[in-house]
Design a protein around this ligand. Structure first.
Ligand SMILES: [Zn+2]
Ligand SMILES: [Zn+2]
Length: 129
């Protein structure tokens, strides 16, 4: 990339205060950022064309963090975002599966994980997985 400017949709948001108050959030967040930095450093040192994160560990740390937040902090998660296709899809799934069926529970859980990603991931990658 020759353009150093960061597009707003690629910007990593600053985590909210309540995440730092939780040991697990803070730990998972730091691990995620450290792996990101290491991957970026390797990319800058060795040049493009090589996958420096073949195990997708950066994605793994994001998923671990979102899972923890969905399970532990459901009340702190942001509301659905009208402009986000992922939010729309999850919201529809949650609305469709009401009640106490396992399907409803998993729709709620995956919806929460998605909303958790909005807290710490740039808009451009929130909906990727
Ligand atoms: Zn936490
Ligand atoms: Zn969304």
């Amino acid at each position: 990339m020759s353009d150093d400017r960061i597009r707003p949709e690629d910007e990593w948001p600053l985590p909210p205060v309540w995440m730092w108050a939780c040991k697990e959030c803070a730990g998972l967040y730091r691990t995620m950022k450290r792996i990101q930095d290491e991957t970026e450093e390797a990319r800058l040192t060795c040049g493009p064309g090589i996958d420096f994160d073949p195990m997708d560990s950066a994605i793994g740390t994001q998923i671990a963090l979102a899972q923890h937040m969905a399970a532990t902090h459901p009340d702190q998660l942001p509301d659905w975002e009208a402009a986000c296709a992922g939010c729309t899809g999850h919201r529809d799934a949650v609305a469709r599966d009401t009640g106490s069926s396992p399907r409803a529970a998993s729709a709620t859980h995956f919806g929460n994980e998605h909303r958790a990603r909005h807290v710490f991931a740039p808009p451009s990658i929130v909906g990727l997985y």
